[in-house]
Ligand binder design. Structure first.
Ligand code: GTR
Length: 327
């Protein structure tokens, strides 16, 4: 080997060993998606996280938000994130249950005493362990960054639903996860699994008689236009999650990953503030638009759904006990 060639080879080797450092300076446009419109608490919280990332990296990392189902429903968003076509997906734990079985603990009816209880669980060791488990499982191909709030789900339709007998013969749209269909059936109605994107027209045309969700969703998706009675059944309190695509995550340097993790924890609490403000505002707006809020017999719905908790809870009895013990 000539001296000159040798020198070139050494230089090339040095360049190769520099590669990880260069990678740490990776430029990335982070595509983020949500089924809700701009201004909705989950969307706003991620947009703000993007602004912080952009500032902290002097524009090396930027975020592009695709709101309002532009990239499809939550199932599609999960699939896109798994292959790296989308970087951040904000999805309900309801939609993640079929991918990560353990999360179905949170999808059981009346599992949390109230929203404060749910927050204690996701903010504490159980929440952290689940985030880590999801990220560590190679099959999920997702990095779970943090939790978000989605309030309490209540039934809405064009008639009051105050007790199980009121749901008799009613078709009620539920998220696509068997546990929710069974929950609605146990509550006295007929659960129909359907994509979120099909719901407005399904209610409008009478394909379903109602649905169930939190107040900000009923307002943001204009569902109040086709359902005028919001009955406070409070049967589900399901947190949401924002996840990062694992293939994209692996392209980021360690420092960028640490930065995203740090901002994610902040985002979890920022979203909560936005959530509480939005829920209060949405409730007022819905009332002003003529939606009737009616109380419901929650103990009766709790009793009716016991078979669902028995069936699904048996598998996770240890975790369930820890949730119940969280004060
Ligand atoms: C909303 C939630 C969405 C979606 C929707 C649904 O509360 O924010 O992510 O899960 O419910 O019912 O499909």
């Amino acid at each position: 080997m000539s001296a000159r060639y040798f020198a070139a080879a050494v230089a090339a080797a040095a360049l190769v060993s520099l590669a990880p450092a260069a990678l740490a300076q990776q430029k990335m446009v982070i595509k983020a998606s949500d089924v809700h419109p701009l201004g909705y608490p989950t969307v706003e919280a991620i947009v703000r996280m993007g602004a912080k990332l952009e500032k902290a990296t002097s524009g090396r990392l930027t975020l592009q938000m695709y709101p309002q189902m532009q990239l499809g429903g939550e199932k599609e968003m999960i699939e896109q994130a798994q292959v790296g076509a989308l970087q951040i997906a904000r999805i309900s734990v309801g939609a993640l249950g079929p991918v990560i079985d353990e999360l179905n603990v949170f999808n059981m009816p009346f599992i949390f005493r109230d929203e404060a209880h749910m927050r204690k669980v996701i903010d504490g060791p159980i929440g952290d362990e689940l985030l880590q488990k999801i990220s560590a499982n190679p099959q999920t191909r997702l990095i779970a960054l943090g939790w978000m709030d989605a309030g309490t789900r209540n039934v809405y339709s064009n008639k009051p639903v105050t007790k199980p007998a009121d749901l008799k013969g009613m078709k009620v749209r539920m998220m696509g996860n068997p546990i929710f269909v069974e929950t609605m059936n146990a509550m006295g109605g007929n659960g129909v699994a359907m994509g979120f994107n099909e719901l407005y027209s399904a209610m409008q045309t009478g394909v379903v008689d109602g649905a169930e969700n939190n107040e900000p969703t009923v307002l943001a998706q204009n569902h109040y236009q086709v359902a005028k009675v919001y009955s406070l059944t409070g049967h589900l309190i399901i947190p949401e999650m924002f996840v990062f695509s694992k293939p994209s995550w692996d392209k980021l340097g360690k420092d960028d990953q640490a930065l995203i993790r740090k901002f994610s924890r902040e985002t979890q609490f920022e979203q909560r503030k936005l959530w509480d403000e939005k829920t209060a505002k949405a409730t007022e707006e819905l009332k002003a638009k003529g939606v009737q809020f009616v109380p419901a017999d929650k103990p009766a719905f709790f009793k009716a759904t016991q078979p669902v908790r028995d069936k699904y809870g048996a598998k996770y009895s240890a975790l369930l006990q820890r949730i119940l013990d969280t004060k």
